[in-house]
Ligand binder design. Sequence first.
Ligand code: FAD
Ligand code: PHB
Length: 393
Amino acid sequence: MRKTQVVIVGGGPSGLLLSQLLARHGVESLVLEKHTRAHVEGRIRAGLLESGTTELLSEAGVGAKMKREGLVHHGFLLAFAGRTHRIDLQGLAGRSVVVYGQTEIQKDLGDAAGEQVVWEARDVSIQGFEGRQPSVSYTKDGTTRTIACDFIAGCDGYHGVSRASVPPDRIAQYERVYPFGWLGILAEVPPVNDELIYANHPRGFALCSMRSRSRSRYYVQCPLTEKVEDWPDERFWGELKTRLPVDFAERLTTGPSIEKSIAPLRSFIAEPMRFGRLFLAGDAAHIVPPTGAKGLNLAAADVGVLYEGLAEYYRTGSERLLEEYSARALARVWKASRFSWWFTTLMHRIPEKGLDEALASKLQLAELDYLSQSEAASRAVAENYVGLPFAKA
Ligand code: FAD
Ligand code: PHB
């Protein structure tokens, strides 16, 4: 039976980043990804990186293109009641964020990974992680193989096999599915503003983001009952304009969409994140609604803690950091989930039984007005947005 030190299930950003960081510390790993490389690189997802994430990507040796092409943002705008309030990230929290698409990160990591990834590895199953000799089986081109390993990293996202393999009585799961989605489009048009705009509007939330100076990524809140086909480009642009303050709506450049999709919103946390020799990281362990852009950053932060633990184990034989992994990662995961839930609740129209929508909307506007007048409240937003620090090991 073939053997490696760490088998990583899932070749998304968490899996590939972990593999790259381990390689830099002389730890051997194999990534098993069920889809093709082209499919994984084609998924349009996150776009905003905290400085901790950019540092980790650089440490993994894949930061050069990001440093050249990423756009540094020192603040963002909150739009409500026809006006805007700027959150000065640099001034209030002393740090900035970088706009650089997940698709680009995925490509950079894929280029660096080479032979460490088995693309199109089907029917992955994991065994023996409660004992000392775990193994992972998969099928590729009709042949089934089993790999023995010291550890398994479950980086296979929300629908993956890793978390599903844990006996239900060993894991606690917390979940909220929000009663609306985000309709997102990508278009080859210059962004309406050089910083992001998060808009609260009576018709629902809108977000103006970007991927570069010539490519925009825009979102509007939509009912979950609607389909992409219900949203021809003209309807999308009209709705976005309605939800933005007039001066931005007038400046908005529209154009044909090159991608359009609807994403549901969910808060989900599984704990613990370690089960014997199986470690969960990224979306396999937690999902946040995208308001605040924490999903990819949390995944990277988990990987940052996990690789240090594995590297220390192979360097010294000590399991001390690995034993702390779950508690350290979760402490931060809960805080980022809290922020994402709070920001989502502040900015969206929430159609729910038992909730007076007019009352909820008035309370949101009062809070946004307070934020615009209170430096302390704005600083709390800025600190969370740029990413909270880790408790040091
Ligand atoms: P994933 O990216 O989900 O990667 C997991 C990988 O595991 C996938 O490649 C999958 O194919 C593979 N896999 C799954 N099951 C198996 C199996 N059984 N065997 C082998 N491989 C398997 N975050 C933001 O911050 N902003 C956004 O705007 C945003 N938009 C999003 C839109 C969508 C539609 C989704 C799904 C997520 C979005 N996110 C966003 C979240 C962000 O993209 C994720 O947090 C991030 O991708 C997490 O990375 P990951 O590697 O942990 O998981
Ligand atoms: C994005 O650019 O896709 C993006 C940016 C900020 C968010 C969510 C998504 O909060």
